[in-house]
Design a binder for this molecule. Sequence first.
Ligand code: ADP
Ligand code: MG
Length: 685
Amino acid sequence: MFMPVTSLAGIGPRLATLVEKAAGPHVVDLCWHCPCAIIDRRYAPVVAEARPGVVATMTLKVDKHVKPPNKRLPYKVFCSDDTGTLALVFFHAHEDYLRKTLPEGEIRVVSGTVEKFGQELQITHPDHIGTTGEIAKLQTVEPVYPLTTGLTLKVLSKAIRASLEMLPDLTEWIDPAYLEQQGWKPWRDAVLEVHAPEDEAALEPKAPIRQRLAYDELLANQLALALVRASMRRIKGRAIEGDGRLRAKIIEALPFRLTDSQEIASREIAADMAAPVRMLRLLQGDVGSGKTVVALLAMLIAVEAGGQAVMMAPTEILARQHLATIEPLARAVGVEIVLLTGRDKGKTRSAILEKLKSGEAALAVGTHALFQDDVEFKSLALAVIDEQHRFGVHQRLTLAAKGRAVDILVMTATPIPRTLMLTAYGDMDVSRLPDKPAGRLPIDTRVMPIERLDQVTMALKRSLDSGAQVYWVCPLVEESEVLDVAAAEERFDHLKGVFPDVVGLVHGRMKGKEKDAAMAAFSSGQTRILVATTVIEVGVDVTEATVMVIEHAERFGLAQLHQLRGRIGRGNNPSTCLLLYASPLTPAAQARLTIMRETDDGFRIAEEDLKLRGAGELLGTRQSGLPEFRLADLSVHGDLLAAARDDAALILNRDADLESERGQALRMLLYLFERDAAVKNLRSG
Ligand code: ADP
Ligand code: MG
């Protein structure tokens, strides 16, 4: 099943590229490539009764071939039955071939869409032509698959049929009682049947066959996560309890009071750390909900207990931002903190590493540079991972391996719907920060056509006069950072013309130092408008920024818009977000903008996003680190996911190493869905 698609008859390197693009690189991917529509060829009328516009399979006598007078006109083959005549029409015809497949005087079965041209019935380029002996093969329901440019249905269907012939018969992994209760077929039958839909209903995600396969995929996902979890649990944790002395000082020093949810989250984290098992907790809170302080308090528990703590961010800008927040507080209580990013080289780097190894630095903030093999700690007790969806389980584990029984706190800013959270983290403990710090004002969000850009610029003038700072986010040009940057530079030049001396620019292709300088200039208020590509999406914190303009907002996903908007509304002044769109809007884009205007509630936005897009695309899955599903659709299969989670827990409870007969079958399931990395987490591989 994991052979390349080129191992299938008729798939050479050129077609393989296309098949790979449509379905995937392996034979198994073709088996998972489900039909999206059907062509019903069972309608077999006589000519007089054939309905135009409908696909029909007809038995006809071939009467006469008629060559066109010139090449631009089509070649016609006139056919008939007892009730009437019908023409088969071919453009750019190969006469030899047509005379061979449609010999005059013979009976042929022809399938295609019937059309009426003037008074004449015709079929242009029939899909299939066969002899009367082949009628059973033609008069069927044909699955239609999602294609890609250059790949025809015929070729892909043939490849899929060939892949299905390689389908093995595997021992059942679903609990027999559950299988029966659901009325599901055995796995192999289910796969075969998915590719032989009898009607439209069979294409629905709710169809039993589809549900069964979705369940397989979700079970593999939940089992894999449960295994990772179990293997982490196996390394005994240590109880880390502080005396509260550093935390008390920090809380004293903060210019605000903790919100109730910050207090609760802090207590939950402290309790986890004090317990002798390892902590694996998710701190989930919308942008601006105040996760950093909660994380800092957790880190100080580690320090109070004589250990070290690290905080890791997905980007360098964010790491520096965290440092800027945490460093003054840490210094105030006499705790040494270092920053480690990919930019640190040579002597600087070794000095930092030495401080971590000796324990002189109790705290570290950094990027994934903290993962590197030569980074050692004296006594790492807690790793805080500011995830923003960019790290995978694997990296999480690598960091965890750096300390004896390191506790892990994952922070995530995008509120993930419960269903998705399960697929990404399994049954992780969760603390939520649902309320924003007191005093925050709601953001006034307006949606307007991009033609009003000049008006927007005028309005900016007024805002700047009253002291506001402005983020100006430039359009996202798909898969081309170069084009993103060009657009941003153009806007930068334009705005600089209108507002000399106060416009800054930051984008993904700038060098680290330049980026820092641009950010610093904006933070300090030296520049007042920051033109940016989506690099500011994550975590940048300038409380004076109260205006955000997003150009071509219709090109952004909901989650991204929400993240971006979260950059404003952080201080005590009212904020405005202008979403500029270009017409025409697709219904989905329209819906996204409406939701943005209606609500600022991240959890609601996330749920709506799931509904609008389906889980696959949610949060821009590619870069998100969230699993992608081939067969399951989380906007529909949420209940199956819950069942799979319970099933996975039950399975590991009874058979932690998957050694029973069902356990062996489940190992096969894990391999099948390429989660065999998870199998390696079993004690005996
Ligand atoms: P995020 O959850 O997005 O990481 P931050 O931790 O960066 O949010 O906090 C956003 C801003 O809110 C920061 O400027 C922080 O100092 C401030 N803040 C955090 N907690 C409170 C609070 N309880 N009251 C008022 N402001 C707070
Ligand atoms: Mg933050």
